[in-house]
Design a protein around this ligand. Structure first.
Ligand code: R5P
Length: 327
């Protein structure tokens, strides 16, 4: 690295190869552009019965390979494609393979909270390892402990800095960071520290996968601007119900920063009609085009992933990217 902190070891950079699956080509392009490397090709097709077939289009023997694939909807398709690509890369003698998974799906089933249920986060960790991943690079996991499901190195990035930069320009007043549920306290606390703001928590109960109910708000909200933070927006119920309760409790501007925009079912329509004034979502998952709300603004985590990939490649610490927000 030179004095400006730029990577200048071109010879070693030659060993870095970036591939992308089909889940999020736009983010993969943005990562490759920030890295100033040309994305390598994968031919992907299907047999008549739907089986995925891939062919790695260039030599990866002895290379440091990064394969970018979010396991977002269609989740099973994208996960299977990633596993098949990993297998192909391993059999092609890549020196090291890093699975770059901006959105790690199946992470919400991370413990046996009822009898006779699976732990899919662990299952996916096993599948990735068996398929050939030597390392994993991911962002805002649903629960930090999912890291422990891997016996290979996993680097965990946080989107908070990307959102901090974005919301600082909005100059919100008397800001309170709000977690829409008790499970999100750690994440909200990290945001509160970064934004130098107060913290509040919505005590939510999930009645069905689609419906949530707010029980209490813990913290002072009246007359303040609030920023709801969460790892995932899926059906939108948690966020919309939390915003309603916050408005009733006297919140002024209500914004949200969500890392992964799963946006299933009628989430966008719900958001459109909700008390949320403005919502920033990262591009870890491609957002449905033509179905977007004017309230939604996409912020890119491409630069963050590019920095992390470079640091992994050059065997440098990546903790400088998130040291100040360790939870
Ligand atoms: C739950 O623990 C997660 O952090 C999110 O709050 C949840 O997945 C959001 O789901 P929905 O948008 O369907 O309420």
């Amino acid at each position: 690295m030179n004095e400006q902190g730029e990577f200048n070891n071109l010879t070693t950079m030659d060993k870095l190869v970036v591939f992308s699956g089909n889940s999020n080509p736009k983010l993969a392009q943005s990562i490759s552009k920030s890295l100033k490397v040309k994305q390598a090709g994968i031919l992907s097709s299907k047999f008549s019965d739907g089986e995925i077939q891939v062919k790695i289009e260039e030599n990866v023997r002895g290379k440091d390979v990064f394969i970018i694939q979010s396991t977002c909807p269609p989740v099973n398709e994208n996960l299977m494609e990633l596993l098949i690509i990993l297998d192909a890369l391993r059999r092609a003698s890549a020196a090291r393979i890093t699975a770059v998974i901006p959105y790690f799906g199946y992470a919400r089933q991370d413990r046996k909270d009822q009898p006779r249920v699976p732990i899919t986060a662990k299952l996916v960790a096993n599948l990735l390892t068996v398929a050939g991943a030597n390392r994993v690079l991911t962002l805002d996991l649903h629960a930090g402990q999912v890291q422990g499901f891997f016996d290979i190195p996993l680097d965990h990035l946080y989107a908070v800095d990307v959102f901090l930069e974005y919301f600082t320009e909005m100059q919100m007043k008397n800001l309170v960071i709000v977690s829409p549920d008790v499970g999100g306290i750690k994440m909200a606390r990290a945001y509160a520290k970064k934004f130098n703001a107060d913290l509040a928590i919505v005590d939510k109960r999930r009645n069905t996968p689609e419906a949530t109910e707010v029980m209490h708000i813990l913290g002072e909200i009246k007359g303040k601007d609030v920023l709801l933070v969460d790892d995932i927006i899926a059906t939108g119920s948690s966020l919309v119900e939390a915003a309603k309760a916050l408005r009733e409790a006297g919140a002024k501007k209500i914004c949200a920063a969500i890392t992964h925009g799963v946006l299933s079912n009628s989430a966008v329509e719900k958001l459109e009609k909700s008390h949320i004034d403005f919502l920033a979502i990262s591009d870890s998952i491609p957002l449905p085009e033509g179905k977007m709300s004017k309230k939604i603004k996409v912020v890119s985590v491409g630069g963050l992933f590019a920095d992390a990939i470079k640091r992994i490649h050059f065997e440098q610490s990546i903790s400088v990217l998130f040291d100040s927000i360790r939870r």
